[in-house]
Design a protein around this ligand. Structure first.
Ligand SMILES: NC(=O)c1ccc[n+]([C@@H]2O[C@H](COP(=O)([O-])OP(=O)(O)OC[C@H]3O[C@@H](n4cnc5c(N)ncnc54)[C@H](OP(=O)(O)O)[C@@H]3O)[C@@H](O)[C@H]2O)c1
Length: 330
């Protein structure tokens, strides 16, 4: 099969599309003819070997795909050849064929196109677990989302609104990113690039929340924005650390936690995928249902052929990607 073939860990510019062996399904697995794959920031780290999990070489990267089941392994009773599905995996989606454990494969709603199916996966799952599981978001909560024009950010803004947040405040970088956050449902958008993060982020969040502060902070960015957001939190607020798109892992000052009774927690969503697949499946069904109700709509800003994977990854690395990037494979 044709695949983005990683034969040694290296910068993605050195990787090409080539031939890898066709996968066959083992017990409890299916093989999917991939039609669309979601491009995510962690793919860059997987290809260079800097990610927590290093796949055995050679491999295809890619953590989420949508397509059609083409073969089923022993013990698979829920799915059959021809079913339209999405899958969440550790790697393998940037290829014509993907082998996946059936516990991580979800039937797509009728009529949903493959690009949307793929885009409603990892980032919406991560946003859901961040808001509901880690942050225990309640209806009416004031939610601050950093990196709000990116994959996780757009999903978090849309989901926070869909799940009944009060005011949703989006922190973006640069005026070009204001519109995408507003279109995702943010009530207030703050350009983090134009303010003094330490002083002015708190002032802006307080202005947007009648002086209350943020009950929930979703942070896929880190760096100085994280420190500013910590100061903008409300009494008993909950911050969730999702990633470090700024390139800077922040140090949390523990005195803030004490003085305001606030919590900071981390999220590695793939642990939920592997440890609690039934929970993840229920969340996926909820995400699809919210999409059908018109409450979630992935923003797919660009689509690329499989051969264009490096162009897509460059946009992500350079902070030039808005919303989601998709590879069209089939
Ligand atoms: N914990 C998990 O389970 C999990 C799951 C998925 C992803 N992640 C991680 O989450 C992070 C974000 O992923 P993503 O898919 O949302 O990436 P993305 O689409 O590239 O979005 C990143 C966002 O952060 C913004 N940003 C970058 N540097 C910034 C800075 N210095 N100050 C303020 N904002 C800044 C970007 O703005 P510009 O575009 O304008 O630069 C962009 O809006 C990555 O580190 C990824 O590895 C974690």
């Amino acid at each position: 099969m044709k695949a983005v073939a990683v034969r040694e860990f290296a910068p993605f510019e050195k990787i090409t599309v080539g031939e890898l062996p066709d996968p066959t399904p083992g017990k409890g697995e299916v093989v999917i003819d991939v039609k669309a794959a979601e491009v995510n920031y962690p793919d860059i780290l997987v290809i260079t070997g800097q990610y927590q999990v290093k796949p055995p070489l050679p491999f295809a990267p890619g953590k989420a795909a949508a397509g059609i089941v083409s073969a089923v392994g022993d013990g698979v009773t829920d799915l059959t050849v021809g079913d339209r599905v999405t899958a969440q995996v550790e790697y393998g989606a940037f290829a014509q064929m993907l082998r996946a454990p059936v516990v991580n494969v979800y039937r797509m709603p009728d009529g949903m196109d493959f690009a949307k199916g793929a885009a409603l996966g990892l980032v919406y799952q991560t946003a859901h677990f961040a808001l509901v599981e880690r942050a225990r978001m309640a209806k009416g909560d004031r939610v601050l989302v950093l990196g709000a024009s990116g994959g996780i950010g757009v999903a978090s803004v849309q989901l926070a609104k869909a799940l009944g947040a009060g005011t949703v405040i989006a922190g973006v970088l640069g005026p070009d990113n204001v519109e995408i956050a507003r279109n995702s449902g943010a009530d207030v958008v703050i350009d983090l690039g134009s303010i003094n993060l330490r002083e002015d982020l708190r002032t802006a969040v307080h202005a947007a929340t009648d002086g209350h502060g943020a009950d929930v902070v979703i942070d896929p960015v880190g760096g100085a924005a994280n420190a500013g957001a910590l100061r903008a939190m409300a009494w008993r607020g909950r911050m969730v650390i999702i990633g470090f798109a700024s390139g800077d892992i922040p140090t949390i000052k523990a005195n803030y936690l004490l003085v305001k009774n606030i919590e900071v927690s981390g999220l590695q969503w793939s642990d939920y995928r592997d440890r609690t697949p039934d929970w993840v499946r229920r969340v996926q069904e909820e995400i699809f249902a919210l999409h059908i109700e018109g409450k979630l709509n992935p923003v797919i800003s660009r689509k690329f052929p499989l051969e264009g994977f490096a162009d897509a990854l460059s946009l992500l690395r350079d902070g030039k990607a808005q919303g989601k990037l998709i590879l069209e494979v089939g």
